[in-house]
Write a protein that binds this ligand. Structure first.
Ligand SMILES: *Cc1c(COP(=O)(O)O)cnc(C)c1O
Length: 554
């Protein structure tokens, strides 16, 4: 816009302009658009600064609590955004940022997302979405097919049927899990005789009618926190989410599950949903889904599989074998914004039985009329974007075989990284990658030696010092901004359930190379040696243990 004018003016003309006239191509916005479409990676590389500025400092750039009184020129505002927001954001698509489930995106999504925003369809109802409604139903059909592999006749019959739904498209795995458990709860506490169902009369009257002391959801202690949120929102309370112990491979312990079910039933608490995890968030582990399906069937309870992260692995013939039994689930959560390489805001829950959603069906007079095909009658969310278009585009452009390649590559890379860690004298693999997530920690050789000779109370101290060191390395690595791994806390059986802080790595970015992985380990080793508090304390304790052990040796 016009830099010669000092301030922008609010006028009818300027309002008309922002809704019609595009910025001149030589404006900063125009230049950004050009740079992004030419080479997005270079643009991000150039504009995201590797700054060590702490968040409390960054907050000072965003401390104005009043709506700006006067308008601003678009160019001026754009400069501010580049400087204060883009520069101080996280380079999630960097091949060196291997700590999160967010990775690089295919380039074609950039221009396509502009079409999506330009069209601004609202998929809650057909009136504002038209072709986007059958498109979304088709995407749900494709993902349903990926999980349940029904025949053509099945999809011909149900995909576009008004009173049925193969799934529910939503903003992510959290809402997908809530939706699945909502369906399960309403199905269990459905209308019966004079009781009009939990959806109508609420949880209190439902309990009285069915004569339960409570109802419970069962999931392993690797379960995602969204399952706990669901229990809270569904009015059954977070305590009704019962955590079941895991085995040494971070998979649900079936014997512990059986014991929990027996205990709950003895208290007249009905287990109404068993949640299996196909790819846990922390370790990527897959629960024994077939066994869970058997138990759910026997107990007459809903079987939900949380495959928010791992579901995309079904695209690969070889990875699919690891998820045997997923096709027996009543519902399955899959996030497209994780391993389907779609931008954030795309989750789905799929239902084996297309009639199951009737238990959460809602109608309203002005939209979502009975018998209409409006998607909003089967979703928790109301207004939603045409995000299904981007999922559809990825599925079509990449194809099943393309995804198979991507997924298999990620798994192979994780296996090579695990080998690298296993053969490195100063690192220790904590969880083997079943898919492409693994966890590990830095343990200097002398400490490894000390651990092998230490008494239980000495192991406690060493573990706690190692935890401090892991935290210190991870923080320093994040702050320096070159690379990023995340961290979590596990209780590996190999350490008698001692809480162990570990580095967590997700190898989904196709641009991450083995050289980068070697560099990540090298940087971590260097950061460990630089650590002023944690490293010396750990080494001192290790030497003490070694001295003590050697003295006592025969
Ligand atoms: C990521 C994830 C979720 C939550 O998904 P959001 O898209 O973050 O809401 C749920 N379950 C598992 C296993 C996940 O990995």
């Amino acid at each position: 816009m016009h830099k010669d004018k000092k301030t922008a003016q609010a006028s009818q003309q300027s309002i008309d302009r922002i809704f019609t006239v595009p910025e001149a191509p030589d404006s900063s916005l125009g230049r950004i658009e050009q740079a992004i479409s030419q080479n997005l990676n270079r643009f991000l590389q150039e504009h995201i600064a590797a700054t060590e500025r702490p968040l409390t400092e960054i907050e000072k750039d965003f401390n104005t609590a009043s709506v700006p009184e006067n308008p601003t020129f678009v160019s001026e505002h754009t400069e501010f955004l580049l400087d204060k927001l883009v520069a101080q954001s996280v380079h999630t698509s960097s091949p060196r940022f291997i700590g999160h489930m967010t990775s690089a995106l295919p380039y074609f999504l950039m221009p396509l997302s502009k079409i999506m925003i330009g069209l601004n369809q609202n998929t809650v109802k057909i009136e504002t979405s038209k072709a986007f409604t059958p498109l979304e139903r088709q995407v749900l059909g494709m993902l349903h097919n990926l999980v349940y592999q029904q025949d053509d006749a099945f999809y011909d019959r149900w995909m576009h049927s008004a009173n049925h739904s193969l799934g529910s498209f939503c903003s992510g795995g959290t809402v997908a899990n809530i939706t699945a458990l909502w369906v399960a709860r309403n199905h269990l506490l459905r209308p019966q005789g004079t009781f009009r169902g939990v959806a109508q009369e609420g949880i209190y009257r439902a309990m009285k009618h069915y004569g339960y002391e409570g109802i419970a959801v069962l999931v392993s202690d690797r379960g995602h926190y969204s399952v706990k949120k669901s229990a809270d929102i569904l009015g059954i309370g977070r305590e009704s989410l019962v955590s079941v112990a895991t085995d040494e491979n971070n998979r649900i312990d079936i014997a512990a599950l059986e014991k929990t079910i027996t205990e709950l039933k003895a208290q007249n608490i009905k287990p109404f949903a068993i949640v299996g995890i196909a790819g846990t968030t922390e370790t990527g582990s897959i629960d024994p889904l077939d066994k869970l399906a058997d138990i759910a069937e026997r107990e007459g309870c809903h079987f939900h599989v949380d495959a928010a992260w791992g579901g995309a692995s079904l695209m690969s013939d070889s990875q699919r074998l690891k998820m045997a039994g997923i096709e027996r689930a009543d519902s399955v959560t899959i996030d497209a914004h994780k391993q389907l390489y779609v931008p954030m805001g795309a989750g789905m829950v799929l239902f084996k039985d297309p009639a199951l959603v009737s238990s959460i069906e809602h109608h309203a007079e002005y939209i979502l009329r009975k018998g209409s095909k409006d998607l909003g009658s089967h979703t928790l969310e109301g207004s939603r974007s045409g995000m299904a278009m981007l999922v559809f585009s990825c599925l079509k452009i990449i194809g099943r075989q393309g995804y198979q390649l991507l997924i298999d590559q990620s798994v192979a890379k994780a296996q090579r990284f695990a080998k690298m860690i296993n053969t490195h004298p100063e690192f220790e693999l904590i969880s083997e990658p079943e898919l492409c997530i693994l966890t590990y920690r830095y343990v200097p050789e002398r400490v490894k030696q000390a651990l092998s000779l230490a008494k239980p109370d000495e192991i406690d101290v060493l573990t706690s010092l190692l935890n401090d060191l892991t935290i210190s390395i991870q923080k320093r690595q994040r702050e320096s901004g070159h690379s990023f791994v995340s961290r979590t806390r596990l209780t590996p059986a190999a350490w008698d359930g001692r809480t162990t802080t570990v580095f967590r790595v997700v190898l989904a970015n196709p641009l991450t190379t083995e050289t980068i992985l070697e560099e990540v380990l090298a940087e971590q080793t260097e950061l460990a040696l630089q650590s002023k508090g944690a490293y010396p304390a750990l080494m001192e304790k290790a030497e003490q243990v070694l001295l003590r052990a050697q003295v006592k040796r025969p």
